[in-house]
Design a protein around this ligand. Structure first.
Ligand code: TA6
Length: 285
């Protein structure tokens, strides 16, 4: 992979768990992305605090889901629902993706493209650009002769100072599935989403940009998306987090997931030969 390195911008290394990762360091940002799962685990715009949460207890070894960063969820969201065996949130996040290209843009962003080989389902391509903004594009092409139904998501873990002080705007007047209340369907009215206990909400039929407001760190994380009709807001809170071996003690207080997705009612069905692209652009304001 060293042939894909970019002097003074991008190099490759292997972590102690044996996973290959790209390490980006430019005047615009510091970042890391693993080839397993094409998983972004760090993006820190120059002079800012890290934007993504990473659990201090996360596994970082072959075949193990990483707790934090931006897991790529594909080809299903949550538990597999077709009666076959498979990991929660699909196999893309623990599969080895192929690095296809790297480049330094004229404006100083480092761009990488990855491919997930086709297997039981069509493959996928991911394009990631690290700069003052983080841009991600997940493209799925149905090369089979029959329709392909799938779910996908950027399961983004954002770093916050204290979950109790955080609010999320952009989901006003949306219907959501409340996974903490027997998957009941509820209407979220015209106020920000706040977490005061375990929160696990799949907001449907919304293409809106969301903003994570963090008054303690005096910042706002803007999550703009295209090709996504679902947004998930999740925080496990204390009890669920205590049962997660890969979540550092009390670290649930320093994270919130705001996920750009296509899930449940918003699952995608691709006709043979058709392509679908999910994008997310994340920036600090
Ligand atoms: O996206 C929310 C959610 O589906 C929660 O229900 C919880 O299961 C969480 O994802 C798990 O995230 P993880 O990164 O462990 O797959």
């Amino acid at each position: 992979m060293d042939q894909s390195a970019i002097p003074n911008a991008l190099h490759f290394e292997t972590n102690p768990g044996g996973l290959a990762r790209a390490v980006i360091s430019t005047p615009l940002a510091e970042a890391e992305i693993y080839l397993q799962g094409a998983h972004v685990t760090q993006w820190t715009p120059k002079g800012k605090k890290p934007v993504l949460f990473m659990s201090s207890a996360s596994a970082l070894g072959p075949g193990k889901a990483i707790r934090g960063g931006i897991p790529i969820i594909f080809p299903w969201f949550g538990p597999r629902s077709d009666g076959k065996a498979g990991p929660a949130h699909g196999y893309a996040r623990t599969s080895l993706w192929t690095l296809e290209s790297t480049r330094l843009s004229t404006s100083g962003e480092v761009e990488l493209t990855f491919a997930l080989p086709a297997g039981e389902a069509p493959g996928a391509h991911l394009r990631v650009s690290f700069g003052e903004a983080l841009r991600m594009e997940l493209e799925v092409r149905n090369d089979s002769a029959s329709p392909f139904r799938f779910e996908d998501a950027f399961h983004s873990y954002f770093a916050v100072a204290e979950i109790g002080e955080v609010s999320v705007t952009g989901l006003e007047e949306t219907t959501y599935i409340d996974k903490t209340d027997s998957f009941a369907r509820k209407l979220h009215h015209a106020e920000p989403v706040r977490c005061t206990r375990e929160t696990d909400q799949l907001h449907l039929n919304t293409a809106a940009t969301c903003v994570v407001h963090d008054p303690v760190w005096n910042r706002r994380i803007v999550v703009e998306k295209t090709g996504s009709n679902s947004t998930v807001v999740w925080n496990p809170w204390s009890e669920k987090a205590a049962a997660m071996s890969d979540m550092g003690r009390d670290e649930w207080r320093q994270m919130i997931c705001v996920e750009s997705a296509n899930a449940a009612d918003n699952a995608i069905t691709l006709a043979p030969g058709a392509t679908h692209t999910l994008t997310a652009t994340i920036r600090l304001v």
